[in-house]
Write a protein that binds this ligand. Sequence first.
Ligand code: ADP
Length: 177
Amino acid sequence: SHDGNMLTGALEYKEKRVSDVMTTLDKVFMVNVHTRLTFTVLMSIYKSGFTRIPVYEFSRDNIVGILFTKDLILIDPDDEIEVAAVISFHGNSESGYVQTVSDSTTLDKVFLEFKASYLHMLFAYDATESVVEGIEHSEVISPANMESNHSSSKKITGIITLEDVIEAVIKDEIIDE
Ligand code: ADP
């Protein structure tokens, strides 16, 4: 039952939004697309412990791809290749472009998207501060608000992964007991 809940004010996950559970941009471990993968850089990436490393160019809110830590295994640090070479070489569709979602989208809709796609990380943008050309902000996740970020007009404010959504769902169920 949701009435008389012990934790009053605790939102159901269906009422929670991306902005409630996302990892804000300032806390995201990311790399510049022109960074050279030296031994030191490779070590810092491995030590971060993350599976996916957002890749930016010019500024941290301009995401151009995702670096998969597992793709670094065969990299020779002596070659000092650019991050750009790794994300294009592997040609992984998830590295090549960036999927975005409005940070006001509710988690039930984000969960459906994660389930229906191979994606594990989405980039949240502030719908109030972003110019999304010709696209009306919608609560429904559709190709209209799940498009690639090539135009870069969206102000990225954080990341959300499947893990963040599952955690919110599990908390919800525990509170509901
Ligand atoms: P991983 O597989 O790297 O452990 P998960 O998808 O399981 O990542 O997410 C675990 C938590 O870490 C989530 O809160 C997610 O938002 C956050 N997270 C994932 N990748 C990064 C990153 N590169 N920098 C900062 N936080 C991250």
